[in-house]
Every structure is written in structure tokens, then in C-alpha cells.
Design a protein around this ligand. Structure first.
Ligand SMILES: C[S@@+](CC[C@H](N)C(=O)[O-])C[C@H]1O[C@@H](n2cnc3c(N)ncnc32)[C@H](O)[C@@H]1O
Length: 184
């Protein structure tokens, strides 16, 4: 959606994203065969840069052209300016799919089909929460339900799953779910 592009460009101009890799990727990267990766909704590329440094070829997809300009130019990083509401992930192409702080349920079955045998998905984003929690949006389309990731990736081997309370960049309490799954 054009509004998404504009909204995210404005958000990035107002407050830059952190540059450190998401901890769950750093922790589980050793479970993945180095090869072809895709970073869905890559933002300014903190995880893309980490994966490229580890030797992956990375397709880095985002709708924000402002953010993509901040992704490093490298022969092993393929920047894709696309709307993930419409973009289709190539089947059987990836050793690793990462999806951090973004939810698009349309992509779940495509993510499973896009893995090579032995391929891994690392997925982490916010869960709907009540009471003393900050949620990034009131739109339930963008928030996970309890245990949703476990159900979404049924059929794959679960290496790790957790729902936890975390702290966002502003020091506010948030609820997050994380999963690492492998195609057998
Ligand atoms: C919270 S940021 C997360 C960025 C990155 N994954 C990270 O953890 O640093 C969410 C990202 O989703 C992207 N995004 C939102 N809607 C999108 C869409 N329809 N298609 C592609 N990217 C989208 C935004 O531009 C933004 O970069």
C-alpha cells in the first residue's frame, strides 16, 4: 500500500532503527546452512548486514525506499523494494528466512514452501497484550495471538519457541513471541 510506504518512510526519518542484530538470529544462526537467505521487512538492514557478514546471499525486502537506501550496497545483498501484501516469495529457494518485528499472515504458507530441505525460519514479533503493556498498534492484523506461531508452522521441526515479556527501545514493556523452525 502506498500509505504503508509513506508512513514507514516518515517513521524512519523521525527515529532510526537500532543497528545491532536481533539476538535470536545471533543465537540460532549456527543451526543454519550458509547459503541463500531472505530478510522479510528488512528495514534499514541490521539483520541483513549480519547475515551477509556470515556469508549468506541475502534478499532484503521492504516497502520503505528510505530504509532500503540505508541497507549497505554489497554484491551479496539484493535489495527488493516491494509491497509484501503483493510480493510472492520464490518456492524452494532459501536456506534461511528471517521475519523480525513484522506480521503478514498471507506469507506464512509461502515461507514454508520457500524453504529448501534443512532450511530454517526465524520469526519474532509482538503478541496482542492487555493491561500494563505497550502494543505497537491497535490493529489486530499486525499482532500475534497466543501460540499462533506454533500453529502457523505446524509440520516443521520446532527448535525453539517462547512467548515473553520484553522491553522496547523506549523502555516500555511489550509481549513478544519467537520461533525457530526447520524443514526436515
Ligand atoms: C518494525 S520495522 C522492522 C524492521 C526490521 N525487520 C528490523 O527488525 O529491524 C517493520 C518494517 O516493515 C516494513 N513494512 C511494513 N509494511 C510493509 C509491506 N506491506 N511490505 C513490505 N514491507 C513493509 C516497514 O517498512 C518496516 O521497515
Amino acid at each position: 500500500m502506498i500509505e504503508d510506504k509513506q508512513r514507514w518512510n516518515e517513521r524512519y526519518e523521525a527515529s532510526p532503527m537500532p543497528e545491532h542484530v536481533t539476538p535470536i538470529i545471533e543465537k540460532y544462526i549456527e543451526h543454519v546452512n550458509v547459503g541463500q537467505a531472505i530478510d522479510l521487512a528488512c528495514g534499514t538492514g541490521r539483520n541483513t548486514h549480519f547475515l551477509a557478514a556470515k556469508g549468506f546471499d541475502v534478499d532484503a525486502v521492504d516497502i520503505s525506499d528510505y530504509a532500503l537506501k540505508l541497507v549497505k550496497n554489497s554484491p551479496t545483498i539484493n535489495k527488493i523494494d516491494a509491497d509484501l501484501d503483493k510480493y510472492n516469495i520464490t518456492p524452494k529457494k532459501y536456506d534461511l528466512i528471517v521475519n523480525m518485528n513484522y506480521l503478514n499472515r498471507r506469507l506464512v504458507s509461502q515461507m514454508k514452501d520457500a524453504l529448501k530441505p534443512g532450511g530454517v525460519i526465524i520469526f519474532e514479533t509482538f503478541i496482542v497484550a492487555h493491561g500494563d503493556f505497550k502494543i505497537p498498534t491497535m490493529n489486530l492484523d499486525y499482532l500475534l495471538r497466543k501460540n499462533e506461531l506454533l500453529h502457523s508452522f505446524i509440520g516443521l521441526d520446532v527448535i525453539y519457541y517462547e512467548e515473553r515479556v520484553d522491553t522496547n527501545l523506549k523502555g516500555e514493556r511489550v509481549k513478544v513471541a519467537s520461533i525457530v523452525v526447520k524443514k526436515g
